[in-house]
Write a protein that binds this ligand. Structure first.
Ligand code: AMP
Ligand code: MN
Ligand code: MN
Ligand code: MN
Length: 277
């Protein structure tokens, strides 16, 4: 059986390894088919493709787009995208705009709870200045010794309702799905188990995503707990979604799940890659 990992990050967004290093790590862990899915940026895709080719690993063009739906942030992964598509590129530029101003606002909020100079501190961890993310703030706060690890920083400072959280408007769901489809790609709901929706909101979200032409959902991901795998397999079947699998790897010391250790998809779902090979 092929080991397929369709969700991870590099220094192009909030990962700690370069696209080439991520490719090597995935390959070394036994991944056969791999997509790099950086947040709101596809500059790493060509590098990922070359690195994968050099290693003899199959590569799939990917991205993870930040979306605001019903006032909440959700993530939509695009797979099999053409990374030269001009409309997708422009859409991602617009989605990224405002990350630096948001970073300033996060830093100002953190200063009110005694964490000074967080903008400059976070910036030390940023490789791509357009893609300043909460993860970079989290790394700085861990470095300061204020929190023991990144999830701890999110729990205390960076999640919704916490001191350093800044409400931000990302892309529209219709735009994100449209850009992905326009670039020849498949739109996938990333880590649904992380969203704080009630059943009614989840139903509306899945229905709207499907109406827009979204076709897949992550079932096995490093962002889900094992009990969520069978649950989202059922959801996939109920809505007629294809199922995806990916580690959501961000870095060797940070990720809940490294490459090559997630279980396969449950047997009762149709994989998003069912017609790729
Ligand atoms: P941003 O796009 O700047 O809002 O940052 C979102 C990123 O923060 C996600 O892609 C994750 O990498 C990270 N993140 C969000 N919530 C958590 C959490 N509870 N624990 C660890 N990382 C998180
Ligand atoms: Mn991330
Ligand atoms: Mn995500
Ligand atoms: Mn991700």
């Amino acid at each position: 059986m092929l080991n397929i990992d369709l969700h991870c990050h590099s220094t192009i967004s909030d990962g700690t390894l370069t696209p080439e290093e991520v490719a090597q790590r995935a390959h070394a862990a036994g991944v056969d088919v791999w997509a790099l899915t950086d947040h709101d940026e596809i500059d790493g895709v060509a590098r990922a493709r070359s690195a994968a080719r050099a290693l003899g690993m199959r590569h799939v063009g990917g991205v993870e787009i930040s979306v605001t739906w019903a006032g909440k942030t959700v993530h939509i992964v695009g797979l099999q995208i053409d990374d030269t598509n001009a409309i997708l590129k422009q859409g991602l530029i617009e989605t990224r705009t405002g990350r630096q101003a948001r970073g300033r606002a996060i830093a100002a909020e953190l200063a009110t709870v005694g964490i000074a100079d967080a903008y400059e501190g976070a910036l030390k961890f940023v490789a791509n200045p357009d893609m300043m993310s909460r993860t970079h703030f989290a790394r700085y706060i861990v470095e300061l010794g204020i929190c023991r690890d990144i999830p701890d920083v999110f729990n205390h400072y960076l999640s919704e309702g916490k001191a350093g959280y800044i409400l931000h408007s990302w892309a529209r769901l219709s735009d994100a799905v449209g850009w992905i489809r326009g670039a020849g790609g498949i739109a996938v709901i990333a880590h649904p188990g992380r969203y704080q929706f009630n059943d009614v909101a989840f139903g509306a979200f899945f229905d709207e995503f499907k109406q827009l032409g979204g076709t897949a959902i992550e079932v096995v991901t490093g962002s889900h707990t094992p009990d969520q795998y069978p649950y989202y397999a059922q959801v996939a079947n109920r809505y007629g979604f294809l199922a995806s699998r990916g580690s959501d790897f961000h870095g060797p010391l940070e990720s809940r799940i490294d490459f090559g250790v997630l279980p396969p998809l449950p047997a009762n779902v149709k994989p998003v890659w069912h017609d790729w090979f």
